[in-house]
Design a protein around this ligand. Structure first.
Ligand code: FRU
Length: 471
C-alpha cells in the first residue's frame, strides 16, 4: 500500500516514517538478508513524545518496508536510542532451539523519575526477538545497567570484540563516553571513560559508535563517533568523530583534532549497522536528517523527519593523518532511471529527485545554483579555500532564526576533483571528492527546483533522475 507518498516535501528516496514523528536511527542490524532499521518514534503526534522503536526492513538498503512498532514504553520508561546485535553464540542464553536471539540494547528513560527530581532516570535495558525482529520480548531482569546518579546516561551501542571475547558497550554519559564490557549482554562492568580536553563540547554527548576500519593498505584504526547537541559546526546538532586505538577496555586517540562526519546542519545521531557479513565488509552508516534546533517545527505535518541516504564509511590515510570518508552506498545507483550528460551552463533538472555528478579540473572558484521560477534557490559555491552552502533563499526558512545562515566549510587546501549532489524534494546532500567532505541540509522550496546553473566550471558530468524507493 506504499507508493502513495506524494505530499509536498515528502522524500522519495530517503526513508521517512509513514506518519508522525521520527528521530534517531536505532538498532540497525543485518540478519538473514534483511537490513533492519529501527528508529525513535512517537506514533501519536508529529513532535517528540513518549519514545517507541519504529521498525522497517530492506533487502538492499534502498527500498524499505514498514513493519509494526517493535518496542513500546513500559513501566521502566520510554524506549530511547540504542543498538541491536545478533548473539550468534547465545552468550545471553536468550536463544532457543538453536535460534540465536536478535538483542536490542536501549535506554529506558523514566519520565516519572525525571519529574520526581531524581537523577537516575536513565538506565539500560534489553529486549530480544527469536523471529527475525518481528516480535520482541522485553527481558525480565531489566535494567541490565543501573544508573550511578547521572542525568544523561544513554544510547548504548554494543559490538562484539573478538580479541577479548567480550561485548563492548559505548555509552554517552553527559559529556563523556563510558565503555562497559560484558560476557553475556546481561552483566556489565565499567571499563573506562573517554573525555579529551580538546574535543568539541558545547552540548551533551549522545549516540556514540565505536568500530574498527581499515585503510586500503590494511592498516586498522578505531573510529569513535559522538553526536553533540548543541555545538555543531553550523549550530545545533552534529556528529564528531575520533581516530584512535582500542584495546578492549579503553579508546586512546592517536590524533588530537575535531573532525565532523558531516559539515551540514542536518545529519545527527548517525550510527552504523551491526553484523554486516564479512564478505561484504562495509561499515554502513545512516543519520537522522534533521537538527534539534528546528526538527519539531519544520513545515511538514503528516510526518516529521527522514534519514540520510545510507553511507559506507571508509578510512583514508594521508601523510600519517587518518580521516573517515562517507560514500553513498552503491545500491543507490539502482535508482537511476535516466541519465543526461550535462552539456550546458544552465540545465533543466526535469525531476524532483535527482543526482548530479560533476568532475572538477582546477582550483578555480565555482558555484552551482539550484533554482525555480518562484525565486527560490540554493547556492553551493567554492570560494578560495571555503565551500559555502547557502540556503537563505531556499524556500520556507522562517520557522527558525538561524536556518538560513550561510554555512561555511573549510577545504583545508584540498584540490576538489568531484562534486556529487543528491536532491530529494526537501533535502540536499553534497559529497565532495568521493565523500571526503559530506554536507547534508534540509530545504523547503514551495516548488521543486527546476534548474541548475553552473558557473566557473566546465559542464562535465551527468544528471540522473532517481526513482522513488516506495515500491
Ligand atoms: C538524540 C537523543 C538521544 C536520545 C533520543 C531520545 O537525538 O537525544 O540521546 O536517546 O534522542 O529520543
Amino acid at each position: 500500500e506504499i507508493g502513495y507518498y506524494q505530499e509536498l516535501y515528502r522524500p522519495q528516496f530517503h526513508f521517512s516514517p509513514e506518519a508522525n514523528w521520527m528521530n534517531d536511527p536505532n538498532g540497525m542490524v543485518y540478519y538473514e538478508g534483511e537490513y533492519h532499521l529501527f528508529y525513535q518514534y512517537y506514533p501519536d503526534g508529529n513532535v517528540w513524545g513518549p519514545m517507541h522503536w519504529g521498525h522497517a526492513i530492506s533487502e538492499d538498503l534502498v527500498h524499505w518496508e514498514h513493519l509494526p512498532i517493535a518496542l513500546y514504553p513500559d513501566s521502566l520508561g520510554y524506549i530511547f536510542s540504542g543498538s541491536a546485535v545478533i548473539d550468534h553464540e547465545n552468550t545471553s542464553g536468550l536463544g532457543k532451539d538453536g535460534m540465536p536471539p536478535m538483542v536490542a540494547i536501549f535506554t529506558y528513560h523514566d519520565p516519572v523519575g525525571e519529574a520526581g527530581g531524581r537523577d537516575d532516570f536513565q538506565t539500560q535495558g534489553i529486549a530480544y526477538s527469536l523471529d527475525k525482529g518481528r516480535t520482541w520480548t522485553v527481558y525480565e531482569g531489566n535494567p541490565v545497567l543501573a544508573n550511578p546518579g547521572i542525568k544523561d546516561f544513554r544510547d548504548p551501542k554494543v559490538i562484539w570484540h573478538e580479541e577479548s571475547e567480550l561485548w563492548i558497550m559505548s555509552l554517552a554519559v553527559l559529556d563523556k563516553i563510558s565503555f562497559y564490557t560484558s560476557p553475556n549482554l546481561l552483566d556489565w562492568t565499567f571499563a573506562s571513560d573517554f573525555q579529551p580536553a580538546w574535543a568539541a563540547y558545547g552540548g551533551v554527548w549522545e549516540c556514540p559508535d565505536l568500530f574498527p576500519l581499515k585503510t586500503e593498505t590494511g592498516e586498522e584504526k578505531w573510529v569513535l563517533l559522538v553526536s553533540i547537541n548543541p555545538g555543531g559546526p553550523q549550530g545545533g546538532s552534529a556528529t564528531q568523530y575520533f581516530i584512535g586505538d582500542f584495546d578492549g577496555k579503553s579508546f586512546t586517540p592517536t590524533q588530537e583534532d575535531v573532525e565532523w562526519i558531516d559539515w551540514g546542519a542536518d545529519n545527527y545521531a548517525g550510527v552504523t549497522w551491526s553484523n554486516i557479513p564479512e564478505a561484504d565488509g562495509r561499515r554502513i552508516f545512516i543519520g537522522w536528517m534533521s537538527n534539534w534546533n528546528y526538527a519539531q517545527v519544520v513545515p511538514t505535518t503528516a510526518w516529521r523527519s527522514a534519514m540520510t541516504v545510507p553511507r559506507s564509511l571508509a578510512l583514508v590515510e594521508k601523510e600519517g593523518t587518518y580521516s573517515v570518508i562517507s560514500q553513498p552506498v552503491s545500491e543507490l545507483e539502482k535508482l537511476r532511471i535516466r541519465e543526461f550528460p550535462v552539456t550546458s551552463e544552465v540545465f533543466e533538472l526535469g525531476s524532483k529527485t535527482i543526482e548530479l555528478l560533476l568532475s572538477l579540473q582546477d582550483e578555480q572558484d565555482f558555484s552551482l545554483r539550484f533554482y525555480n521560477d518562484s525565486g527560490e534557490e540554493v547556492v553551493l559555491s567554492r570560494i578560495r579555500d571555503q565551500f559555502i552552502f547557502d540556503r537563505s533563499k531556499s524556500g520556507v526558512t522562517t520557522f527558525e532564526d538561524g536556518f538560513g545562515n550561510p554555512q561555511t566549510i573549510p577545504l583545508n587546501s584540498v584540490q576538489l576533483e568531484s562534486v556529487r549532489v543528491f536532491v530529494d524534494q526537501s533535502s540536499i546532500e553534497v559529497f565532495l571528492n568521493d565523500g571526503a567532505v559530506a554536507i547534508t541540509n534540509l530545504v523547503f522550496p514551495k516548488r521543486a527546483y527546476s534548474h541548475v546553473e553552473l558557473s566557473g566550471i566546465p559542464a562535465q558530468g551527468s544528471l540522473y533522475h532517481l526513482a522513488s524507493i516506495w515500491k
